[in-house]
Design a protein around this ligand. Structure first.
Ligand SMILES: Nc1ncnc2c1ncn2[C@@H]1O[C@H](COP(=O)(O)OP(=O)(O)OP(=O)(O)O)[C@@H](O)[C@H]1O
Ligand SMILES: [Mg+2]
Length: 383
């Protein structure tokens, strides 16, 4: 193996694809079945759990095999119903791409009742899509754009899936739930298009789909995404190290898995630095010692961010975080826990914990509180 051509098999960020993506076979199978059957689901997990990566990994190969039509709308950058309508319409227009701009524009235009898509070629040769809302802005535009998605799926005669990533963001501007109502109007009558509403704010998504008074009540079933299991991580880590001629000793693998705690981002991030340590030192074997050396570098690189995050917390929040980082618990306000970790009064701890959960620093899973990012937990313990 020529060492000079070797690249770190672990990524530091972005969407994990192909070999960079571990496990999730069951989730992929379930998502594909939901897409095939035109179902609706809301997928939720804390930040950096791999929601976007999973959806891409589940659907893109199906698109390449011509079995599925994928339409994708990232709601993070929407600020009102007009921008959402444009964001929904654009992938619909792009999916109609055919030879010749005029034919393409005609095919795309035919799908909309009110919105008017226009195509132009930019200086770089790329086709630009712009959507003229004419007099159909707001919720009406959203309705037309989603309707066009359905008409496209019908015309193609192939199942389609529409992904709304960071869907909870629309709650920030959709004050009277008019956009939610428009989405409901379209999707409840649409066969042949599956919908995935993904997001990291579980309580906001649950409020959207679980509150009787809200338009989307019970229109999508929950799809919680958990951390990766040891059985998913172990073969993946072994294979990635192995492909680059690096053997990971069982004790080193145990340490890597324990430190990453199944958190997808943290596990991949840590593995990146551990691989670097082995590679730069010319080792073909990763030992426990190398894992801890990699951890030191990983924490050093993240130090500025962790330091800034920690500095934003109040004194009681820091103390509670420190306690949870040292010992996960189901009873954070039990006298023994408060005493053992020298925590302030029960009410102060409850309040601090609530805000730590809301801010995403602490997660509650099956009634147990733990630090969201396990590497941040390690950093906190070392303060
Ligand atoms: N199945 C996986 N296997 C390995 N690494 C993963 C996996 N899923 C996610 N990751 C890692 O986690 C990182 C975050 O993934 P991704 O952006 O898909 O998460 P997300 O939940 O969509 O995050 P956000 O909440 O920020 O949108 C990726 O850069 C990758 O390093
Ligand atoms: Mg994402």
């Amino acid at each position: 193996m020529n060492r000079h051509n070797l690249r770190n098999p672990f990524t530091l960020g972005g969407v994990a694809r192909g070999k960079q993506f571990a496990g999730r076979r069951d989730e992929i199978a379930r998502l594909r079945a939901l897409a095939r059957d035109g179902q609706r689901t809301f997928l939720f997990a804390p930040r950096r759990y791999g929601k976007t990566s999973l959806l891409r990994e589940a659907f893109e190969p199906e698109v390449h095999a011509d079995r599925l039509l994928l339409l994708w709308c990232d709601c993070l950058v929407t600020g009102d119903a007009d921008s959402l309508a444009r964001r929904i319409a654009e992938p619909v227009v792009r999916a109609t791409a055919c030879k010749g701009l005029t034919q393409w524009a005609r095919a795309a235009g035919a799908l909309f009742k009110r919105l008017r898509p226009t195509l132009s070629v930019g200086p770089d040769g790329d086709v630009r899509v712009s959507i003229d809302l004419a007099d159909s802005g707001g919720a009406v535009g959203v309705e037309d754009a989603l309707g066009a998605a359905g008409r496209l799926a019908d015309a193609r005669g192939r199942p389609a899936v529409f992904v709304f990533d960071e869907f909870q963001e629309i709650g920030a501007w959709d004050a009277n739930h008019r956009t939610e109502a428009a989405i409901r109007t379209v999707i409840q009558n649409q066969a042949g298009v599956a919908y995935v509403f993904a997001g990291s704010e579980q309580h906001l998504l649950e409020a959207m789909f679980g509150t009787r008074e809200r338009p989307l009540f019970k229109l999508a079933v929950p799809f919680p995404l958990d951390r990766l299991s040891d059985d998913e991580l172990r073969p993946w880590l072994e294979a990635r190290f192995g492909e680059t001629g690096v053997e990971c000793k069982p004790a080193a693998l145990d340490a890597l898995i324990e430190l990453g705690a199944g958190h997808p981002w943290a596990s991949q991030y840590l593995a990146h630095f551990v691989w670097n340590e082995a590679f730069t030192r010319g080792h073909s074997r990763v030992t426990r010692g190398i894992v801890y050396d990699g951890l030191a570098v990983a924490l050093q690189v993240a130090d500025t961010v962790y330091d800034r995050d920690f500095a934003t917390l109040t004194h009681p929040q820091r103390r509670v975080l420190m306690a949870i980082a040292t010992e996960t618990t189901c009873s954070p306000t039990a006298v023994s826990y408060l005493r053992g970790h020298r925590l302030p009064a029960k009410s102060t701890v409850s309040q601090a914990l609530r805000s730590l959960v809301r801010l995403g620093f602490v997660e509650r899973r099956r009634d147990r509180y733990r630090v969201g990012d396990p590497l941040f937990g390690t950093w906190v313990r070392r303060q």
